[in-house]
Ligand binder design. Structure first.
Ligand code: PLP
Length: 431
């Protein structure tokens, strides 16, 4: 089944919307704004945790899909143009072929809009998904050939025929394989029952020298609100399954390799259980209110919200307690729930400072309605309002650009400045 690689066409770059302005107040709406200082604090906290535990960190690109943020995450030393020493990540995850293509084209072309000269060596990239069928395998091949020597790319596999296809269609040793274990989410992976364990071993042997490790991730546990409930559920699913598969492979003379999994809600638990050797949180970088409602584990770093939707008032005429804003469902992802309004988007801990007296509701594709309770003063025409998304990943997916801002000397946004606009290049649904 020979195939030639599909020609590699990087996604064309649109021009940033709106003129660049001088002050944060002037940023046009609707827009997605990221506080770079909060991003750096979040990265520093995760890096310190990783250093103190020796658990590797491979943050997920699916949250932001932005090469500049990926570069900061992977950076291990300060550079001439940026004194921030970086997130020090050991590698990076992507979820779709579009994300993979966006990340690897940034790696090969010298990164994003702002950072150009950092030396990351060969970047270790894991596509946390399987690649199935000739078309997708062919696209995967084009991508890994284009970044050869600059990035090593691995993927997930839970099916022997799929692995044989991959081995047939891709050059030997050109990609790594993580065997996906179903640790309870039922979203893929081999369920590690006694009768299935030999199937895992068969995959490991078929992968041969391309075998890198086990993928043991449980997405449904990330938002279990109560911390001790979350601990017991993680221990009895992802940690238990990972431990059993590790013991089985070891007893068959196979080194299980890297054991990876764990998002923002559970990485601290998997990382403390001495089975997972690597974690892959994504949302910790920008935050969302869904995570704001999760009681983080005792002793875990407290991350900050670093991203908000900036929306502007475009009508105050219809009722006295509402204003109409310019962020509708094209700018606000509502699947996980409504965004929360804050007038302090800059220094908001994951758990803090929502304005409970202001409620957002959708006014359609291009409008939202903010209702002010208790006789509160409303913002006037043209004023902007900050809203923290309920679920960050799909909300970022609605924007082409982020406007990156930095805090002022006193750590406030009011006297902060605009760093620039960074492209979100990995958007789309492409798998
Ligand atoms: C495989 C995998 N790893 C890591 C993550 C990151 O999770 P979070 O954004 O909750 O940290 C996700 C998120 O969906 C995921 O699917």
């Amino acid at each position: 089944m020979a195939t030639s690689a599909i020609p590699y066409n990087p996604i064309p770059s649109p021009t940033p919307v709106g003129p660049l302005v001088d002050t944060i107040k002037e940023i046009d709406t609707p827009s997605l704004v990221v506080n770079l200082d909060a991003v750096k604090r979040n990265l520093t906290k995760l890096r310190s945790w990783s250093t103190s535990t020796s658990v590797r960190i491979r943050p997920h690109y699916k949250t932001h899909k932005c090469p500049d943020l990926a570069e900061l995450t992977l950076r291990k030393f300060p550079t001439k143009t940026c004194p921030f020493p970086g997130g020090g990540a050991d590698g990076i995850c992507v979820q779709t072929l579009d994300e993979l293509s966006s990340l690897t084209s940034a790696i090969t072309s010298g990164w994003g809009t702002t950072w150009t000269s950092s030396n990351h060596g060969i970047v270790d990239v894991l596509l946390t998904n399987s690649v199935v069928g000739v078309r997708k395998i062919s696209r995967f091949r084009s991508i890994i050939e284009a970044c050869k020597g600059k990035a090593n790319v691995s993927l997930l596999c839970d099916d022997i025929d799929n692995l044989r296809n991959l081995n047939e269609l891709l050059p030997h040793s050109s990609f790594g394989v993580f065997v996906e274990v179903n640790v309870g989410q039922n979203r893929g992976g081999i369920t590690p029952t006694p009768s299935n364990l030999p199937n895992i071993l068969e995959l490991v042997k078929e992968a041969g020298s391309s075998y890198r490790g086990l993928h043991c991730y449980h997405g449904l546990l990330q938002h279990v609100n109560n911390s001790s409930d979350r601990v017991s559920q993680v221990m009895s699913t992802s940690v238990k399954s990972a431990r059993e598969v590790k013991a089985y492979l070891t007893s068959n003379g196979v080194d299980p390799g890297v054991i990876t999994g764990g998002g923002t809600g559970t990485y601290f638990i998997e990382g403390s259980a001495n089975v997972h050797t690597e974690v892959q949180p994504g949302s910790f970088l920008l935050g969302d209110t869904e995570y704001g409602d999760v009681e983080m584990s005792k002793g875990a770093p407290e991350f900050e919200h670093a991203c908000w939707i900036n929306t502007g008032v475009c009508s105050v005429a219809s009722t006295s307690s509402c204003v109409v804003v310019d962020a509708g469902s094209k700018a606000v992802d509502l699947v996980a729930g409504k965004p929360s309004v804050t007038d302090k988007g800059d220094r908001m801990g994951f758990t803090g400072k929502r304005d409970e007296e202001v409620r957002y509701s959708s006014g359609g594709d291009d409008h939202g309605v903010l209702t002010f309770e208790g006789g509160r003063d409303r913002p006037g025409m043209g004023e902007s309002v900050r809203m923290v998304p309920r679920h960050i990943d799909p909300n970022v997916n609605l924007f082409d650009w982020i406007v990156v801002v930095e805090e002022g000397e006193k750590g406030e946004m009011e006297d902060g400045s605009i760093k620039g606009t960074w492209r979100i290049t990995g958007r789309g649904v492409g798998c």
